[in-house]
Ligand binder design. Structure first.
Ligand SMILES: [Ca+2]
Ligand SMILES: [Ca+2]
Ligand SMILES: [Zn+2]
Length: 360
């Protein structure tokens, strides 16, 4: 690791080649400094990386604080296979549609009261200015990283701090009904609220949240009932990234399944370059409960930081994913459920059995 002075900021440069999992900022072991009871964490240095792929993403399209980096260079491994540019403005439709999904989904999440990641104490502490989407040739459809980073080997990134999403350069028939941009984007919201990166929490909740643009108010109509035993909780929730827990709880919390999301109607008119609507319907059930869960989980994240004397905005990756904290995340989630009084009528037994699994 080397230190660079750039203006008033001190950047930490990664010397790992293994992606962000082996991220070096965490080995600053700033434990102890904590936030000392202050409302917002003190400023932190954004990490500066020099990954080789980033150097060749030499095109960018940006709007409303979202930057999409890509390449049209046919000699580059990450080149877009489809360079169609229907309106001839120089931005390929593929990139334009990524940008439109990101901007619309973000406006919706924010309009529903979820705290924008760039307004979170965590990312404010690192001086994050952009949501950066890197369009690449990759095996996954998308990935969302939680570290605050920039790249010093790409002139377009200009050493301005961002949070990074990687997206495949080759999603079949994108945009179609794809919601992967909205999905990865919601992970950034989760990261803004807490340090936890347990898969059941991240993916279960996000598989629900991407309904913001997909057909339906929740995934699978919320028909999968809540875990009723510890074994259910272990095998159907904790062991299953794309579990049905959040969809079921959001379904139970919704009072009016036909209600439009209370968003600016102009947002719902948003369309992709082919004219198809970005929002496939206006439904997202139970979002106030999900929002409350995130707020409770944020408190739990802060509590653990204090108990462990960890930097509240920078935990070791292994601690972020540590299953020993899953019951504490679950307790924070259950507190939101208890406070919402869902255990009534025909589902009282189901909800109470679930809540009994992790007592307050
Ligand atoms: Ca265009
Ligand atoms: Ca929907
Ligand atoms: Zn995900």
């Amino acid at each position: 690791m080397r230190l660079l002075l750039a203006g008033l900021f001190i950047f930490l440069t990664s010397c790992t080649g293994q992606g962000l999992g082996g991220f070096v900022v965490n080995d600053s072991t700033s434990g102890g400094s904590g936030d000392g009871g202050a409302l917002e964490p003190k400023p932190r240095p954004c990490a500066v990386l020099s990954s080789s792929y980033a150097a060749t993403l030499l095109d960018v399209a940006q709007r409303d604080g979202v930057r999409v980096f890509y390449t049209t260079n046919p000699a580059d491994a990450d080149v877009l296979p489809d360079l169609t540019d229907a309106d001839g403005d120089g931005v390929p439709d593929y990139v334009e549609n990524i940008l439109r999904q990101a901007v619309h989904a973000r406006a919706a999440y924010n309009g529903l009261g979820f705290r924008d990641p760039l307004n979170s104490p965590r990312y404010k502490a690192f001086g994050v200015k952009f949501i950066d989407i890197h369009v690449r040739a990759m095996a996954d459809n998308g990935l969302a990283y939680d570290e605050a980073i920039t790249y010093d080997n790409n002139p377009l990134m200009k050493d301005v701090c961002g949070v990074r999403i990687d997206l495949s350069n080759n999603l079949a028939s994108f945009p179609g009904t794809w919601s992967v941009v909205a999905h990865e984007l919601f992970h950034l919201y989760q990261y803004g609220y807490s340090m936890f990166k347990q898969s059941w929490f991240l993916e279960g909740m996000t598989a629900y949240a991407e309904r913001v643009i997909r057909v339906g108010g929740v995934k699978g109509m919320g028909t999968t009932t809540l875990p009723a035993t510890q074994n259910d909780l272990d095998t159907l929730v904790y062991a299953v990234p794309y579990n049905a827990l959040f969809d079921r709880l959001a379904y139970l919390a919704e009072q009016d399944q036909a209600a439009d999301m209370p968003l600016n109607p102009a947002l719902f008119a948003g369309a992709y370059t082919d004219g198809s609507l970005i929002f496939k319907d206006r439904l997202l059930w139970g979002y106030p409960l999900i929002r409350k869960m995130l707020e409770n989980v944020e408190e739990e994240s802060k509590k653990i930081s204090k108990e462990k004397s960890w930097d509240p905005v920078s935990w070791a990756e292994s601690d972020q994913k540590d299953a020993q904290y899953q019951a504490r995340v679950m307790r924070a989630i259950m507190k939101a459920v208890r406070d919402s009084n869902l255990a009534t009528g025909g589902v009282a037994a189901e909800v109470n059995a679930f809540l009994a699994l992790t007592p307050p």
